[in-house]
Design a protein around this ligand. Sequence first.
Ligand SMILES: [Zn+2]
Length: 410
Amino acid sequence: MQWHGGLARAREHTRRATIDVPPVTPDPLPVPEPVPEPEPAPPPVAPPPDAKTPRFKAACVPGDTLTIAAVGDLLLHHELQIQAYAEPENFVSIWGGVRDLIAHADVGYANLEGTTAAGYNRKGARVRDPGRKFDGVIYSSYPRFNYHPSLLDDLVTTGVDVVSTANNHALDREAPGVDATIAALDAVKIAHTGTRPRGQQTPWHALTTTRGVTIAWLACAHHTNGITDAESQVLSCGEPDELVKLVQQLAADPAIDAVIVTPHWGKEYQPAPDRTQRALARRLAEAGATAILGSHPHVLQPWEVLPGAGGRETFVIYSLGNFASHQPELPRRSTMLLYLGLTRPPGGKAFVHGVRYVPLHVRQDGQQFFVEAIDRVGGPEDSRALTTAMFGEAAVQAPDAPVATRPACL
Ligand SMILES: [Zn+2]
């Protein structure tokens, strides 16, 4: 009650004051104390994307994610084979410095440019096998490459899960070599796409299922170096209607989450895609390809995002360059490991949410060759500059940092 009485007195006093005192301009209202802003979240560690970093509309949509590591041509010239067969680590002696970068991805991909047909000469005839030895007859180099199948064990320990066998060297041991290569891949459980055994209508595509996400891989080759594909064992990129139909079927399959096409196309040593590559990429995107990973030019060619089926987006890199080869020119020994991040939202198809890359380089030391991550070994700078000029600095993945294909969403 005391309180009410006090309030009444105060009101009375105010009324009197209003009556007795002429109005004056009130003092300005006191400025409230500023409320401190909450601490902003720390920015992502990665640099912001630059103009060369592909951006994806659905990058941050939640779902199951996985990371693919993709490299280009395994084109093992005679020096590399001689080196490998002399070493207990075999071919890993060449790329041991980057093996972990492939192995720690969820799926590893490479283009197997050549056959692994034990005991077959270049006419496709069965002869005595020399074992792990470069004899130039069974295990040979340009113009017809054939590797000891122990290469495939090395790919397994490197984390390569799937390879393209459709390329211009697919028939380097004629039709029997395709069969022998497929049998050797099957024996070590590496998935393969783009070729098939004689007389069999096995699917052209391969399937990988990792972290619950099923990817269909589909390879094709523009030509087979003039060797006739008498048994129709190599899927052609030159008949786009058939290829497009296959992609449409795979994309519509409810059991398949993503379709990755790996065309062996384009002109050798050209740093940009030609009209044929661009036209085919657009058709494959419209047909439902999730991503397109090209090879054959032996140099890197740019990447971009194309409009895909149903308003979605398709990532394309026109050429992944060489992975391991003896091609001493700077653009041919400068290459990359591509990390491709996929997301599968609940109940939906998977899509690419982001890409990063590790600049790689093939270093020659006498007659020895080593695939190296430039940012791990400190050079060479000219090779790094060539690659970052095409793909930008912001998308570079530091080789010893966690892979972050969509750093803006962390
Ligand atoms: Zn090729």
